[in-house]
Design a protein around this ligand. Structure first.
Ligand code: MTE
Length: 366
């Protein structure tokens, strides 16, 4: 087997080479709380840009009192170094299940693998914004647009990837500009030399290869905020879509997934340990994970394992299973008592985002 590109693990599953996209096999996904960098999923819309760190600058402009242009060393030396342990999840995670309900065109077929966890280090975004004279209270109605160095083509135009978050989120201490991942400099494929990390939000707002931050009155007009990463009702399709009517995605929703077993897997009868991950959006926490072995007729509570506020919750449950066919299912609940819808048809949308229906896996016990 040849080693995948970008120093990824030999077991890393490449979904697309150009641009490079892929993720870890589900069974390796929750083997450790922190995903090893060589297994961490990659979601890129364009090619990885080559960045000369000697000429690299981060520009902070727009509605600021003072425009800043910072080298990587200035960012590292002028601001407090902070660390955050945070999970990134793509809004397209679990799109494959939606595709089985009704086709979704021109989108990547993510299984349960568009999610990973890392320890990120860098500087707080709010410290950099304060240096540019942005004020958290006076300017709280504004938006922070992140611009990346990578380019991609949509609607016959080539442009740089970008997206925005409300300024109120940008001033939260968990939002950082990261130059390290799992104790090493950020690898090229994950955004070297600098990226935004916006815990609790869909991965698209954690812009990689960051070279521009603009403070502005409106959310970003970038394709990936204006068209993509919006949620539409199930009767909307590419022919009748009015893009401005879609809900602009920000905070993640509550979801949970079974990683230990795959569809149609055969297992031995007796004690079976079922494992997976769960995650809630915003600053919410997972409070409960329920597991069923009979299509949702009865449930047991899983044991929860979590190490920090912005991290996913890993869970496990041991059950006694007799020979025969069983449908495993999992659903989670967060601190706002949000839970997951039972039926996947309730969450189908033509872009294939935010699938948080009960995750179901059929197994055969021998
Ligand atoms: N930033 C840039 N510049 N270009 C991109 O294509 N993809 C986004 C986000 N940041 C993207 C980006 C999406 S959709 C996700 S889910 C995360 O990066 C994935 O981060 P990762 O590749 O480090 O896992």
């Amino acid at each position: 087997m040849t080693k995948p590109l970008f120093d990824k693990h030999t077991n890393f599953v490449v979904k697309q080479e150009n641009p490079f996209n892929g993720g870890p096999p589900p069974k390796l996904l929750n083997r450790s709380h922190t995903t090893p960098t060589d297994l961490f999923f990659v979601r890129s819309h364009g090619d990885v840009p080559e960045v000369d760190v000697n000429s690299y600058r981060l520009e902070i402009n727009g509605r600021v009192a003072k425009v800043l242009s910072l080298s990587l060393d200035e960012i590292k030396n002028n601001f407090e170094h902070v660390t955050i342990s945070a999970t990134l999840q793509c809004a397209g995670n679990r799109r494959e299940e939606l595709m089985a309900v009704k086709p979704i065109l021109k989108e990547l077929k993510w299984g349960v693998d568009a999610i990973s966890h890392a320890v990120w280090a860098g500087v707080r975004l709010r410290d950099v914004l304060s240096a540019a004279g942005v004020e958290s209270e006076a300017d709280s109605h504004l938006h922070i647009e992140f611009g990346g160095l990578d380019t991609t083509e949509r609607l016959n135009k080539r442009f740089n990837f970008g997206g925005s978050i409300p300024l109120s989120k940008g001033f939260c201490s968990e939002v950082i500009l990261a130059y390290e991942m799992n104790g090493e400099p950020l690898p090229p494929v994950h955004g070297f030399p600098l990226r935004a990390i916006v815990p609790g939000y869909i991965g698209a707002r954690s812009v990689k290869w960051l070279d521009r931050i603009t403070i502005q009155d409106e959310p970003s007009q970038n394709y990936f905020q204006r068209h993509a990463y919006r949620l539409f009702a199930s009767d909307i399709d590419p022919e009748n879509v009015k893009w401005e009517e879609g809900v602009m995605l920000g905070e993640m929703n509550v979801t949970s997934v079974i990683c230990s077993h795959q569809e149609n897997e055969e297992v031995d009868s007796g004690t079976v340990t079922i494992q997976g991950y769960a995650i809630a959006g915003g600053g919410r926490e997972i409070t409960r994970v329920d597991v069923s072995c009979d299509c949702g007729a009865t449930w047991i509570q899983a044991e929860l394992l979590k190490d920090s506020s912005w991290a996913w919750t890993l869970w496990k449950a041991s059950v006694e299973l007799k020979p025969g066919k069983h449908q495993l299912a999992v659903r989670a609940m967060d601190t706002a008592i949000n839970t997951q819808p039972e039926n996947i048809s309730q969450v189908w949308n033509f872009k294939g985002y935010m699938n948080n229906a009960w995750h179901r896996v059929n197994i055969e016990v021998k």
